[in-house]
Design a protein. Structure first.
Length: 744
């Protein structure tokens, strides 16, 4: 097909002028800054099709990398539908990891591997690291294998080999032994003729750095390199691309610096920001015409993201008209917020609006619980995207099992679920012995354990752990008869060691699981008892399984990237929730800018209508926090929003006066909600009535001496609402609810 024929093709006719420029600029480096909804995938696909149709390059001379297999398969399908057999030779279109695997398969011996090397999955990696930790006599409870895996993965994302890990990098795991364990891990991998996913890129870099002739052959092979979602690349991926660009420098990177929201997965926004420095002759093309959203939505989003300094700059616009303004609504608390949004969704449903075109996007997964409960109560069908429903999450099922066991010690299914969660050193052989006794004598598991303990059928740590667990269960069974169900539930989960297990877990999802557990504690409040709550959950799970048809989508903002909906609801836009306080405490200004990019992503998911909500009060970790609107609310231009804030302008001025507007990295030395970041506006609230909140000071003081029935005498180290951190001497430091201690 000639150039003229290509221009007659339908795929070409659909391109606007900047998109055509990106497709036709095939000589030299090019950065395509593609704003949300501006058709970046079409540009990338059409560019590749043109290279093939006009025979500018053969299929084997094009390297095209994406971030997911789904994206790679969709691109292959689009290309195949347009040019058929011409696309059959695209052997180098895939994810970074699949490309790395291909390279290593051609040259395994150059990186001390054999031809049939295996690629370990996460479970295999954890098992191997557990062996190494054990062999090095390191406490695997204090330093679990999953935590080490996260550390090693972080180092590999940064392009660091074991010998590159500095003392500064290595103070994180096992008191500075991380780099040694990393070294042993890499040696074991080679011994087993194996690599992990990080190695697929890292070993490819090593291959090229140590073998210039091989590198040169690949540089000559890949006449054209295309990269999707360039803002999400990590250091290792960046290094690999830089090595491969080589002679031709024909690299086309498509991405959006304003949608870089995955730093916690290793993404480096600096990669896209310095593209023009890396490639001095680079051409930058901005795709700013949006085909998704209406004018008010785009203008508001553009003004919001302009508050970031770390960006290359662009302004989205549309020919679709102004549309509806973004609504900003305030409410009293999270429950009222859930009622408001549910009411709006019910109205849409009654008007036969397709619920599949609606979405609620939250900053943190714990926010979903109130919406799920409300949807179930009114019979509104929904689905959770990117994860299980709240009550289906592992941590929630585990906690519910503990509560079931405390309510009814003979609940064998609950006991079997948690008998070794957290790890108690109770092996599968011991569990089988308990099960067998239970079946033989038709006994509940807990009674079988008691019998076997009396018969001294268990030895050492196993006997000690089982005896302790049985005693705790019957102790909880007595406690559960007390009135304060929320505090009792928290005591049960603290005593069990389950919360400590989650807190010690340094994986990326651990923080969210802790928040979900605290949200479960809060969900107990409306119920007469823990037993009533558990009966409710049984009904909830049954109702959930019977939902069919069109559904509201419920997800986190991170999970929403790449999706679009007619109606988008954005709850929880309060300081501390969004932007997330812990993220800012740990990351300062860089984290704040990423939070703002997340807000930008959320707003630009909406095609027709975006609605933002914030609450005057929010329950966090079983404490009521009095809130102010998110700074992101005040950064939205007034001409593009409709708000029920009677003093919106006043709120903006008040916000500007606050000390916390000025960011100084030294101001973030103490992470966590324990720091009262907004002392001028926040207070801890103890009891909610139908008319107001009653502010209550703790009856205890720091360093005050107290006594506990189980742990004995102690001294208060910190006070967090009704939760006290107390040093009990030889019994250790523990968190205890204030109702369970007395002043001495």
């Amino acid at each position: 097909m000639t150039n003229k024929n290509f221009e007659k093709a339908e795929i070409f006719k659909r391109l606007n002028e900047p998109q055509r420029e990106a497709v036709y600029h095939t000589e030299g480096p090019i950065l395509v800054l593609a704003g949300a909804g501006t058709g970046k995938t079409g540009v990338l696909t059409t560019r590749l099709i043109r290279l093939l149709i006009e025979k500018i390059a053969l299929p084997g001379e094009i390297l095209s990398v994406t971030f997911t297999n789904k994206a790679a398969n969709e691109m292959k399908e689009r290309i195949s539908n347009q040019i058929g057999d011409l696309s059959s030779g695209l052997k180098w279109l895939g994810t970074f990891h699949s490309v790395g695997a291909q390279i290593l398969r051609f040259h395994p011996n150059k990186v001390s591997l054999e031809n049939d090397f295996i690629i370990l999955d996460t479970d295999d990696q954890v098992r191997l690291l557990k062996q190494i930790i054990k062999d090095e006599n390191i406490d695997d409870k204090r330093w679990p294998a999953k935590q080490l895996l996260n550390v090693i993965d972080k180092w590999k994302n940064k392009g660091l080999y074991p010998e590159d890990v500095s003392t500064k990098d290595d103070d994180y795991f096992a008191n500075g032994k991380g780099h040694l364990l990393y070294k042993i891990y890499q040696e074991r991998l080679k011994y087993f003729n194996a690599v992990d996913f990080g190695d697929l890129i890292l070993e490819s870099i090593r291959l090229f750095e140590n073998n210039p002739d091989i590198l040169e052959s690949y540089q000559k092979r890949f006449k054209y390199i295309l990269v999707d979602e360039y803002q999400d690349t990590n250091v290792s991926q960046y290094k690999l691309l830089k090595l491969l660009t080589g002679q031709y420098q024909n690299i086309c990177c498509v991405g959006d610096d304003d949608q870089s929201i995955y730093s916690w997965r290793g993404a480096e926004i600096s990669n896209i920001l310095r593209f023009e420095k890396d490639f001095p002759n680079a051409k930058t093309i901005r795709l700013e015409e949006n085909y998704r959203s209406t004018g008010h939505i785009l203008t508001a989003a553009s003004k919001l993201i302009e508050n970031n300094d770390s960006r290359l700059g662009k302004t989205l616009w549309t020919n679709s008209g102004e549309g509806e303004k973004i609504t900003v609504k305030s409410n009293w608390d999270g429950e009222e917020e859930a009622r408001q949004i549910t009411s709006e969704l019910e109205k849409l449903s009654l008007n036969n609006f397709n619920l599949d075109e609606t979405a609620i996007l939250v900053r943190a997964s714990f926010q979903m619980r109130e919406f799920e409960d409300r949807f179930i109560a009114v019979g509104l069908p929904y689905k959770v995207i990117g994860g299980p429903r709240f009550y289906e999450r592992k941590e929630i099922r585990d906690v519910n099992a503990y509560l079931r066991l405390a309510t009814q010690p003979n609940d064998s299914l609950a006991l079997e679920r948690i008998i070794n969660t957290p790890k108690r050193g109770i092996g599968e052989t011991s569990v089988k012995k308990i099960r067998d006794r239970s079946k033989e004598n038709n006994l509940p598991l807990i009674e079988s354990i008691k019998e076997l303990i009396e018969e001294k059928s268990f030895k050492g740590k196993t006997a000690e752990s089982l005896n302790k667990l049985v005693n705790l269960v019957f102790h909880w069974n007595q406690l559960i008869k007390e009135e304060d169900k929320v505090e009792i539930a928290e005591v049960i989960i603290e005593d069990s060691g389950y919360l400590e297990m989650l807190r010690n877990d340094k994986s990326l999802t651990a923080e969210g699981r802790v928040e979900n557990v605290y949200e479960l504690f809060r969900s107990l409040e409306p119920f007469e008892s823990i037993k009533a709550y558990l009966e409710h959950i049984s009904l909830v799970m049954e109702i959930d399984s019977n939902q069919h048809g069109k559904k509201v989508s419920l997800m986190t903002l991170h999970a929403a990237k790449g999706l679009e909906f007619d109606y988008v609801f954005l709850p929880g836009w309060e300081e501390g929730v969004f932007p997330n306080q812990r993220a800012i405490d740990e990351g300062g200004l860089e984290a704040l800018e990423e939070e703002r990019r997340l807000a930008y992503v959320g707003v630009t998911r909406a095609k027709k209508k975006a609605s933002i909500y914030y609450s005057a009060n929010r329950r966090m970790h079983n404490q009521w926090i009095s809130s102010i609107p998110s700074r992101f609310v005040t950064e939205l231009p007034e001409e593009n929003i409709e708000t029920d804030l009677s003093n919106y302008a006043g709120e903006k001025e008040l916000f500007k006066e606050q000390e916390y507007i000025d960011f100084d990295q030294s101001d973030y030395e103490t992470p966590g909600w324990e720091r009262a970041r907004f002392e001028s506006k926040s207070k801890i609230i103890d009891n909610k009535t139908t008319e107001n909140y009653i502010v209550k000071d703790s009856p205890f003081e720091l360093n005050e001496k107290v006594t506990h029935k189980k742990f004995g005498k102690g001294k208060i180290l910190s006070i967090d609402g009704k939760k006290l951190t107390i040093s009990f001497g030889s019994n250790g430091t523990r968190k205890v609810m204030e109702n369970f201690v007395e002043k001495i």
